[in-house]
Design a protein around this ligand. Structure first.
Ligand code: ADP
Length: 191
């Protein structure tokens, strides 16, 4: 199975690149951010709790996310593989993911880390906020999300680097050029 993690700061282009990867390789997309926004819209118990954290730019607590994620993994058939977008975001989540995949006799094959400088991230997120009206795409929340990313999520790079699974991709340039870099690596890995 081709299981890929798409990794990067808020606004780094994870969702955009995920769509291209799915289309080309037929993977199943799991975006924890999208699932949470859906839960919020439906006003479920999880959604109501998650909303409090998301609107402040904080992470939703690990155990809630891990349980939600395990549930989705159980409900999807694992065809060619998955693309994990926005998960894992903490070391605990990464360890839980490893464990869940191990139980299913599979593992993460590659982690693509999209690097984009902070000014550009802020610019992109403010623009997205204007267009999509996402409640967390305003300047104060964006700043919090970037701080949280640096403190809690960025250490995952080292976690995956040690396992030899980290591939750094420059996240600036045209969407197609960035995708090209990802494709080159995937094609090498599946050969
Ligand atoms: P972005 O990458 O732009 O922040 P996402 O849609 O991936 O967008 O996530 C939006 C918000 O949802 C995050 O700021 C966080 O509050 C919450 N969230 C998403 N995934 C996770 C996760 N794996 N762990 C904890 N919180 C999460």
């Amino acid at each position: 199975m081709l299981n890929i993690v798409i990794f990067g700061a808020p606004g780094s282009g994870k969702g955009t690149q995920s769509e291209l990867i799915i289309e080309k390789y037929g993977l199943h997309h799991i975006s924890t951010g999208e699932i949470l926004r859906d839960e919020i819209e439906k006003r479920t118990t999880l959604g109501l709790i998650a909303d409090e954290y998301i609107s402040q730019g904080q992470l939703v607590p690990d155990q809630l996310i891990i349980d939600m994620f395990a549930d989705i993994l159980d409900r999807t058939s694992n065809g060619k593989g998955y693309i994990f977008d926005g998960f894992p975001r903490t070391i605990s989540q990464a360890e839980a993911l490893d464990q869940m995949l191990r139980e299913r006799n599979t593992s993460v094959v590659a982690v693509f880390s999209l690097s984009v400088e902070e000014q550009e991230l802020i610019h992109r997120l403010l623009k997205r906020g204007e267009e999509s009206g996402r409640s967390d795409d305003n300047l104060e929340t964006i700043q919090n999300r970037l701080d949280v990313y640096r403190a809690q999520t960025e250490p995952l790079k080292e976690y995956y680097k040690k396992k030899g699974k980290l591939f750094k991709i420059k996240g600036i340039g045209s969407v197609e050029d960035i995708f090209e870099g990802i494709m080159d690596t995937i094609d090498r890995l599946i050969k």
